[in-house]
Design a protein around this ligand. Structure first.
Ligand SMILES: NC(=O)c1ccc[n+]([C@@H]2O[C@H](COP(=O)([O-])OP(=O)(O)OC[C@H]3O[C@@H](n4cnc5c(N)ncnc54)[C@H](O)[C@@H]3O)[C@@H](O)[C@H]2O)c1
Length: 278
């Protein structure tokens, strides 16, 4: 492959994807709104750009085979804050991708597109959208955008509904964990599978307590290796008493399901910034 574009390259997940992606193509064009992503890997270039600005995004996609679109504001927030990066940003990526003849977009969607489903429902990739906030709504919008560009314009996309790519430090994460190694495998499969059309897959490791069903995405050949059960004894021993009336404990979206629209869900979680240094 000649060229891959990675958005959100400065982010936590981007930091783990840059090196493996740089090995899959002649040129990895990494981009983010921040001005520095550290030392570049062989074959990698970096351009600062704002996803919300089409004139900044469009030139980056020229000559690209695929885009790995991970850039976004990553939390529940007021609609007006998410509109530019998360809604318009997705449109800019798909429209610029179409105009430049990009073959495929691999998108970091989220469990929050379906976060209001009760956890006792073992949901597949084909359930109706049920977002738990504006952040999840932007993921729903982008999944629908991807389906529309596939059906009307033949631009392929894989939408990875990531559950929790973060350290396992709460009972919910025993089911939702996506290890960084499994993330890399999932993104790699989304890129190297010959045809995907429009595909949705959950981004989750091989956890005993996994709450979602990836059967429809089996053809991608994603076979996660890690299992959060190794953390269960410690996490459960330290967990506060369970409350079956709390949507944060009962819904797929976790804390995002219980906060007010526009209020931070991450503030309720203890996400450790363990991004990889390049
Ligand atoms: N980490 C998770 O558990 C998780 C779960 C579900 C979905 N996701 C999705 O995965 C992707 C990466 O998440 P992350 O955990 O690495 O988050 P992150 O916040 O570390 O990375 C997001 C990156 O996007 C960049 N960005 C924000 N606004 C931008 C703009 N206007 N223009 C250009 N770049 C901009 C940020 O600077 C940041 O580097 C996001 O799309 C997120 O929604 C992550």
């Amino acid at each position: 492959m000649k060229k891959i574009v990675l958005t959100g390259a400065a982010g936590r997940l981007g930091s783990y994807l840059r090196e493996p992606l740089s090995k899959m193509c002649d040129t990895l064009l990494s981009t983010d709104i921040v001005d520095d992503i550290g030392t570049l890997y062989e074959g990698e270039t970096f351009v600062q750009a704002d996803l919300a600005q089409m004139d900044e995004i469009k030139p980056l996609l020229e000559g690209a085979d695929m885009v790995v679109h991970f850039g976004a504001i990553v939390d529940e927030a007021p609609f007006e804050q998410l509109w530019g990066p998360n809604f318009v940003g997705s449109y800019n990526i798909w429209e610029a991708g179409y105009r430049h003849g990009v073959r495929r977009i691999v998108y970091a969607s989220s469990i929050h597109a379906v976060g209001m489903y009760p956890r006792r429902e073992f949901i597949g990739t084909d359930v109706a959208h049920r977002p738990d906030g504006f952040y999840g709504l932007a993921k729903c919008f982008t999944e629908d955008l991807g389906r529309m560009y596939w059906e009307k314009r033949g631009l392929e996309s894989v939408h990875l509904r990531i559950l929790s790519a973060a350290q396992v430090n709460n009972p919910r994460a025993l089911g939702t964990w996506l290890s960084y190694d499994d993330l890399i495998q999932l993104v790699t499969r989304a890129i190297d599978t010959p045809t995907v059309g429009f595909t949705v897959a959950y981004g989750v490791s091989n956890n005993d307590r996994c709450p979602v069903d990836n059967a429809n995405a089996s053809f991608l050949g994603y076979r996660p290796k890690d299992n959060a059960e190794e953390f269960a004894e410690k996490v459960l021993a330290e967990a506060p008493e369970a409350d079956p009336t709390d949507p944060a404990q009962m819904c797929h979206g976790g804390p995002f399901a219980s906060v007010d629209l526009g209020s931070s869900g991450l503030a309720q979680m203890n996400v450790v910034d363990d991004r990889k240094k390049s």
